[in-house]
Every structure is written in C-alpha cells, then in structure tokens.
Design a binder for this molecule. Structure first.
Ligand SMILES: [Zn+2]
Length: 249
C-alpha cells in the first residue's frame, strides 16, 4: 500500500515552507524570511493582529527528527484558517531546517538547539532572543516528539501551589488519537498521566531549553507537547492539532 503523501514528505522542508506560504495567503498571516541557517532559509509567521503585550508563541522543528511536530503545527494552522488572523500569533514553523531534512535531532554543527537558550551564540536563537525581548506572552507552546515515547505527554513547569487543569484537558484532547504515556518516569522526571511538572530550578544538565527560557525570562505559561515518534504519523499530527486547539478552549 503506498504511504500517504504527507508521510513520506514530512522531511521535505521546501514542501513545508510552500504549505505555510499557502496558509499565509489564505488566512492573512504574514511570513517573513528571517535568516539563512546551514544553507536553509528560516521563516517566522505572524498575524496582523499581533499584539506585543499578549503574544501567543508557537514553535516546532527545533529537533529535526521530530517531523510530526512540524507537521502538527502546520495541520493546526491549515484547519483553523478562519481564526488565525484574529489571534496574536508569532510562529516558528521549523527552527532546525537542516535537521528536518537530515532527520537529525541536532543542527549541521552537531548542536542540540534546545539546550543553548541561556546565552545563545547560534544566530537563529540570538535572533529570537532579540525579537521577543520586549514582548509579553499569553502562552508559549513548543512542539516536540520522543522516540522513546509510549503515548502523548507534556511539560508544564511547576509554579508551586495547585496547577491549573489545563494540562489535564490537553492530554485528554490528544487521547482521542493517542493515549497518555503510561510511564511514571520520563527522561528522569516524574510523570503523572502524561504530565511532567519540572521544577525550573532543576533544568536539563546539558543546558536551558526554549520553554524554560521563556518561563524564566518572560514569566509566562509554557507547554511542551510530546508525541511518540514511533507511532503512526497521521495520529501524531492529529494529537498535536488536538493539543494546540485545546489551548484556545
Ligand atoms: Zn524534541
């Protein structure tokens, strides 16, 4: 049986950009080339109702071997064309194009771009630092996948006190497609029904990830969504879409 077209082209960066361009044309979002990275152009997408005091930040593809995340973000935009214009969006559709094309977690220099957010030397991360410095965020959402994943899960940094029910509702929305990861320990952290609440004082020892940077520097809610990259791509995409949509409920 032939694979669906999307499946075998999920590492085709040009095709991803082409589909984002179409979304922008149809929805009124704007797309801007921000720089070239490892011989690939990098883009940001933002809405005409962008409000620097209340930004919704979405990013995917910082780990290039997690193509369901980049596809999920695109599929969410494709299926919500009518509302995109009216949301104060700042979107990074793919933060590691070289990695996406080469199915690599790392960039061309072997760097994990999601561990260098303390003092960024990388030109793209530096650009995002400057771009976002003066912004206030309603929420920051980073889309990822996990090749050890046994279901969907998410990270929501612990603020102390009683957490909101948002994380539970996000996992529930995704579970229509992929159930919550049943593991009690994920990547060395305690997980409950697919929810990890890492203490910001205990970052990954390799370095500061994107979500933690925004949490610490911008004091905003952050969610990191994870789908299991060994599962069916279409289900992973649908689970990512369901999680993003749940943010807006
Ligand atoms: Zn990742």
């Amino acid at each position: 049986m032939p694979l669906p077209q999307k499946s075998y082209r999920s590492h085709d960066y040009k095709f991803l950009v082409q589909r984002w361009r179409k979304i922008c044309n149809e929805s009124g979002l704007r797309m801007k080339k921000i720089l070239g990275l490892d011989d690939y152009p990098c883009f940001e997408v933002f809405s005409p109702s962008f409000d620097s005091k209340n930004v919704i930040y979405l990013s995917a593809g910082i780990h290039g071997d997690e193509s369901g995340a980049a596809e999920g973000l695109l599929a969410w935009a494709e299926s919500n064309l009518d509302q995109l214009r009216s949301l104060p969006l700042l979107i990074y559709p793919c933060l590691n194009p070289w990695g996406l094309v080469n199915n690599s977690r790392f960039d061309a220099s072997g760097t994990d771009l999601n561990r260098i957010w303390s003092t960024p030397k990388n030109i793209l991360i530096k650009y995002i630092f400057n771009r976002t410095k003066a912004l206030n965020f309603q929420v920051v959402i980073n889309l990822h996948e996990d090749f050890d994943g046994q279901g969907v899960y998410l990270y929501e940094p612990s603020l102390g006190g009683r957490p909101s029910k948002k994380a539970e509702s996000i996992i529930e929305a995704a579970s229509a497609f992929i159930p919550a990861d049943p593991r009690r320990m994920i990547d060395g952290r305690k997980a409950t029904n697919g929810i990890i609440r890492p203490r910001p004082s205990n970052p990954p020892k390799e370095g500061i990830p994107e979500a933690l940077h925004f949490y610490l520097e911008h004091k905003c809610p952050t969610f990191t969504f994870e789908t299991p990259s060994e599962f069916d791509l279409e289900l992973r995409i649908q689970a990512q879409v369901a999680m993003i949509e749940q943010i807006f409920q």
